[in-house]
Design a protein around this ligand. Structure first.
Ligand SMILES: [Zn+2]
Length: 357
């Protein structure tokens, strides 16, 4: 009995840390935490009475929670690279152009889930927001947030992730547009920053609107990665590929100018997924935004250059590239503070964008 406790307690502690980080802190999580803490202390106190082999096994299991906690410590972020940013690119956006946000829902997490160094006990609400760009040459959505079938979409992902995800669905992007009398035929495309469940779900509500992703993201969706199971499950998706031109933009080697006027320019930023992109938007009054998708999950990812910790290995296709693009965006932000960085899941970064309608 004692050996069972000594071996199970550290595993429970690891599970509790994982749960707290992904789910966000809640008072009811604390009581099991205290009980698990007592069990761990008891397990450790029995160690001396165990055989050397059992003692070694139990101590090894204690490395699990320690390993998890170590991923949260603030660490030096080192990308030694000079980014050739150049001047702010010119844009001639039409005066009728505008942008608006459509918040479709939220998930509940902790700061520790969002960025390295964040507290396990600081709740963070993650935004799931679509952006509408109105332009005389046809409107765009950047990401689509949660759609009508979000429950089904979440169910396509691994069970542990489902158990670690608590969410609220508000009004979907389609419902918000329709209830305001918006003419849906104006929508030219949905630009995905990447094809994960929480960005693509709402696109399922617009079977008539093309979903734009670059070839690298299309092959990723067509592969077998567990994180794109949602995208594969949506049969009505009308995917259209676009390609990048060898035209540098703020230090990125390639770009795709959607309207040809510099108002909406997409650059490749692979890392979180192979076809992740950043969308730069410039309005007629010269307000500038960079929609960086899930390059970071919270603003601190860029301002403190602390990437997501524990989940990085699961969530990021190539963490090294994520780090590099974070440093690149931090350099852009430092040089051009007038450009607003919009982190898809940080509600604070949407503050200056008017709500639709
Ligand atoms: Zn996301």
């Amino acid at each position: 009995m004692k050996w069972l406790l000594a071996c199970i307690a550290p595993v429970l502690l690891a599970a509790w840390i994982l749960f707290l980080s992904a789910h966000g802190p809640a008072s009811w999580v604390l009581l099991p935490g205290i009980l698990i803490g007592i069990a761990c202390a008891a397990g450790l106190s029995f160690l001396r009475s165990f055989s050397p082999a059992l003692r070694a096994l139990s101590l090894t299991l204690y490395l699990l929670p320690l390993g998890l906690l170590s991923t949260y410590r603030a660490s030096a972020f080192s990308v030694s690279k000079d980014f050739e940013l150049g001047a702010l690119p010119l844009a001639s956006a039409p005066s009728e152009m505008s942008i608006a946000q459509l918040p479709t829902g939220v998930t509940y997490r902790s700061a520790a889930f969002g960025y390295r160094g964040g507290s396990l006990f600081e709740p963070r609400v993650f935004s799931m927001t679509a952006i509408l760009i109105k332009h005389p040459k046809g409107d765009l959505l950047i990401d689509a947030g949660f759609g009508r079938d979000i429950a089904q979409h979440l169910a396509t992902l691994p069970l542990p992730f489902q158990l670690l995800t608590r969410y609220t669905l508000n009004k979907t992007a389609r419902e918000q547009l329709q209830s305001s009398g918006y003419d849906l035929t104006r929508l030219r495309a949905i630009i995905l920053t990447h094809s994960h469940w929480d960005h693509i779900s709402g696109a399922a509500d617009f079977p008539e609107v093309p979903v734009w992703i670059p070839p690298a993201e299309r092959s990723f969706v067509q592969g077998e990665d567990v994180t794109t199971a949602t995208a594969r499950s949506i049969k009505s998706l009308h995917i259209e590929e676009y390609r990048f031109d060898a035209r540098p933009y703020l230090g990125f080697a390639e770009s795709h100018d959607v309207y040809g006027d510099g108002a909406v320019v997409i650059v490749p930023a692979p890392g979180h997924t192979p076809g992740s992109v950043i969308v730069f938007v410039t309005l007629a009054d010269h307000k500038r935004y960079a929609f960086i998708g899930d390059l970071a999950w919270q603003l601190e990812g860029v301002t403190e250059q602390e990437e997501r910790p524990l989940t990085q290995r699961i969530a990021d296709f190539e963490p090294r590239l994520v780090r590099e693009h974070l440093a690149h965006m931090a350099a852009i932000s430092a040089r051009y503070p007038e450009l607003t960085l919009v982190v898809a899941h940080d509600p604070r970064s949407f503050a200056s964008i008017p709500k639709w309608p």
